[in-house]
Write a protein that binds this ligand. Structure first.
Ligand SMILES: *[C@@H]1O[C@H](CO)[C@@H](O)[C@H](O)[C@H]1NC(C)=O
Ligand SMILES: *[C@@H]1O[C@H](CO)[C@@H](O)[C@H](O)[C@H]1NC(C)=O
Ligand SMILES: *[C@@H]1O[C@H](CO)[C@@H](O)[C@H](O)[C@H]1NC(C)=O
Ligand SMILES: [Zn+2]
Length: 321
């Protein structure tokens, strides 16, 4: 049992970006064959769970809500150091800051601390994102992973169903290069092979990576999209995509995995299994006072603005729990 758990954390370390050199690294992939997503559950039983990610989000089936403002903390400072790694499955960036980058508010009760960010992409510009919107796939998706500050460390967070939050951002193709991504894209040539890492001399602020509006997002409970697929993630998918040029996305497809070229790394969509998906319509700040906002900040204190205004937060919270 201990060995099994160790294996689980080992692999999570990999998918969460710790550069590593173990044999386990080879134990999942995306190309058809015995390591492909359809076979992940053979080695990782938890990948056959009921509430897995990614999913297809159908806009006409989501529940519209008006959540407290999603708050970002310390996202305007440059990191003191940034390491970019090709871990054989994705490109992962780890950043050190003088003060921790955190998010709170929105659907979140405690604050969550930034951990790492990484990307998913497809073989061409017509697909590549993991979550789909109305069955539409974007060419690339960014995942910023945050861990619950109520738990002592990230390994404990991985055992709790409110352990992680992932902010997901979609990309769409535009003619112009996105200069925020220049340093990342330029560094990819230095991490062509799996397990290669390099420092980014400048780095970037987290704010510069966010879409123009963070008010409009889909949110649902799901899993890590790589083995062991633990169902510990509150997903927050921003509606507004970020622009990137074809050449910038193409640079990611040139990287190597352990098995060949890392042309794509998206898990296919999983069954919704009756889960609710919420869509935040925004505008909370203009409708509510800060005091109400605080008492509303509970997980799935997800209520329509009208209901909040009519009943008040406490009552709604009682109804929900
Ligand atoms: C962050 O700082 C720690 C301690 O100095 C160091 O070991 C680690 O490599 C740094 N990480 C990054 C991403 O620079
Ligand atoms: C993109 O790749 C997918 C998957 O291989 C393929 O089905 C599709 O036809 C390709 N689209 C274009 C425009 O090449
Ligand atoms: C989404 O696409 C899949 C595969 O093309 C199809 O089977 C499914 O019915 C579509 N879902 C919706 C809601 O259109
Ligand atoms: Zn991811």
């Amino acid at each position: 049992m201990l060995v099994k758990l160790a294996a689980v954390f080992w692999t999570v370390g990999l998918t969460c970006g710790s550069p590593s050199h173990g044999e386990n690294e080879q134990s999942f992939g995306y190309d058809s064959g015995e390591l492909d997503p359809l076979h992940w559950a053979t080695e990782y039983k938890t990948c056959s769970g009921k509430y897995q990610s990614p999913i297809d989000i159908e806009e006409n089936l989501v529940t519209k809500v008006n959540l407290p403002l999603l708050r970002f903390h310390n996202i305007d400072t440059l990191p003191t150091s940034t390491i970019i790694t090709n871990n054989g499955h994705t490109v992962v960036l780890q950043l050190n800051y003088t003060a921790p980058v955190m998010i709170s508010g929105g659907p979140l009760t405690p604050a969550y601390k930034f951990n790492q960010l990484h990307f998913h992409w497809g073989v061409n510009d017509s697909l590549g994102s993991e979550d789909l919107i109305n069955n539409h796939s974007y060419p690339m998706e960014l995942h910023m992973v945050f861990s619950n500050t109520d738990y002592d460390d990230d390994k404990i967070a991985l055992t709790k169903n409110d352990g992680l939050v992932v902010l997901a951002m979609f990309f769409e193709i535009t003619k112009e290069d996105n200069l925020v991504y220049s340093e990342i894209v330029d560094s990819l040539a230095q991490i062509n092979m799996p397990d290669q890492s390099t420092h980014l001399p400048v780095g970037f602020t987290i704010r510069s990576m966010l879409p123009v509006s963070t008010e409009h997002y889909f949110t649902y409970k799901g899993s890590l999209t790589t083995p062991p697929c633990l169902e510990v993630v509150q997903w927050i998918d921003f509606k507004h995509p970020i622009k990137l040029s074809h050449n910038q996305v193409q640079a990611f497809r040139m990287l190597r995995s352990k098995h060949g070229q890392l042309t794509h790394n998206s898990r296919p969509v999983q069954e919704l299994s009756g889960r609710p998906v919420w869509y935040n319509v925004g505008g909370f700040a203009s409708l509510n006072t800060p005091i109400i906002e605080r008492s509303c900040a509970s997980p799935f204190g997800l209520v329509m603005s009208d209901i909040i205004l009519l009943l008040g937060c406490k009552l709604v919270a009682l109804m929900l729990f």
